[in-house]
Write a protein that binds this ligand. Structure first.
Ligand SMILES: Nc1ncnc2c1ncn2[C@@H]1O[C@H](COP(=O)(O)OP(=O)(O)OP(=O)(O)O)[C@@H](O)[C@H]1O
Length: 359
């Protein structure tokens, strides 16, 4: 029941290859042998809670910091590690942070031109115009940042980061300063621009829904380590740990006991994976793994509460052997009696040995 590994592309073919990279701050191991790859044109989301090392990883890739171990390659060339260090401006990396960092005293056009100072004036101007067209802001060239909405400012920052056509674009929580209505639209616009320009990008976020929506693959981090990487679907369907299961969607966790090829749980027996040793296990279930049956069938449950949730209804069920009520969502039209039966689809259960979280 293990998930996929860290590499999806051979390191020598990858646009970006991060191999066994570590970074220590005093006694704090902020990154612990993190490996990941990014293919050309791919969008990877680095997903994790505050303090898990996401920004540290981006800073190392950008060349704003130096790793204590491991190597970073861009298009096969070592840019950090093995005694090499290529400075940020020579890495072909574009950066976009959540505060956009637009220059307030420069027009929109001048902001986008800023990163193009190696080009002759006329060319820099025409490239900047082209990038502003790409993000749909060709008519705002003479405006100043103070006159822009949050969404527009974000698009100018995107145009500026894309202006020199970087090999890799790094986006650090780029939508977190936008209100929720604007965020979805700007996110969709940003994704469209990244796809249109074939950009290879890493997006750092603590928002699983955002990672799922925008990325081809997700690298899930926890406490300085890469927990699992793969497509959103792979992480959803085959989480490597209870933590990974929780990170990518609703999960119902129940205790279990593996004995002789089966797992005894309060929701009935489940088939045990062949490699599982006897002993205590944790069973993680997606809500769709649990079926409601008429009273008298399956494992008995008692409805404690039924709450209205639009087209759905939320049920809290008491089940013998479970400490907390089991929360299920059913179609509003589903009429429930006070007593019901429950069944679990074994093939949708994720079973983990032991009782701790694992990585
Ligand atoms: N320059 C630094 N000096 C000392 N400790 C640091 C430094 N930069 C980061 N850290 C520590 O490294 C760990 C990882 O921090 P990092 O900022 O990379 O996490 P993050 O996942 O980006 O969090 P957030 O989402 O809050 O920005 C934290 O424990 C942080 O305190």
């Amino acid at each position: 029941m293990n998930g996929s590994g860290g590499h999806s592309t051979a390191p020598e073919q990858a646009r970006l290859d991060v191999a066994e990279v570590s970074r220590r701050f005093g006694g704090n191991l902020a990154l612990d042998r993190v490996s990941l790859t990014l293919a050309a044109g791919e969008i990877l989301a680095v997903l994790g809670d505050s303090g898990c090392g996401k920004s540290t990883l981006l800073r190392l890739i950008a060349g704003l910091d130096t790793p204590d171990g491991g190597t970073i390659r861009i298009d096969g060339r070592v840019v950090a590690g093995r005694g090499a260090f290529v400075p940020p401006e020579a890495r072909g990396i574009g950066l976009m942070f959540q505060d956009y960092a637009l220059f307030p005293h420069l027009t929109v056009l001048a902001n986008v031109r800023f990163g193009l100072n190696r080009l002759p004036n006329a060319e820099a101007e025409s490239v900047a115009m082209e990038r502003l067209r790409e993000v749909g802001l060709a008519d705002r060239t003479a405006s100043y940042p103070a006159d822009l909405s949050g969404g527009e400012a974000q698009r100018v920052a995107l145009a500026r980061a894309l202006a020199p056509r970087p090999r890799v674009l790094l986006l650090d929580e780029p939508f977190s300063n936008l209100d929720s209505g604007t965020r979805e639209r700007v996110r969709a616009d940003t994704l469209a621009v990244l796809r249109q320009t074939g950009m290879s990008a890493i997006l750092v976020t603590h928002d699983a829904a955002e990672a799922v929506e925008i990325a081809d693959r997700i690298a899930l981090m926890r406490a300085g380590r890469l927990v699992q990487s793969g497509t959103a679907e792979a992480l959803y369907r085959a989480p490597a740990s209870p933590f990974a299961a929780r990170a990518l969607g609703d999960i119902i966790e129940i205790p279990g006991q593996a004995v002789g090829g089966r797992i005894e749980t309060p929701l009935g027996p489940l088939a045990a994976p062949p490699s599982l040793a006897a002993g205590a296990v944790r069973v993680c279930l997606r809500p769709e793994a649990i079926r409601l049956l008429p009273e008298g069938e399956g494992v008995p449950g008692r409805v404690l509460r039924r709450a209205f949730a639009g087209s759905l209804a939320r049920l809290d069920l008491a089940v013998a052997g479970l400490d907390a009520p089991l929360r299920l969502t059913v179609p509003q039209a589903h009429d429930t009696t006070e007593r019901v039966g429950l069944a679990v689809a074994s093939e949708l259960a994720h079973v983990f040995a032991g009782t701790d979280d694992g990585h």
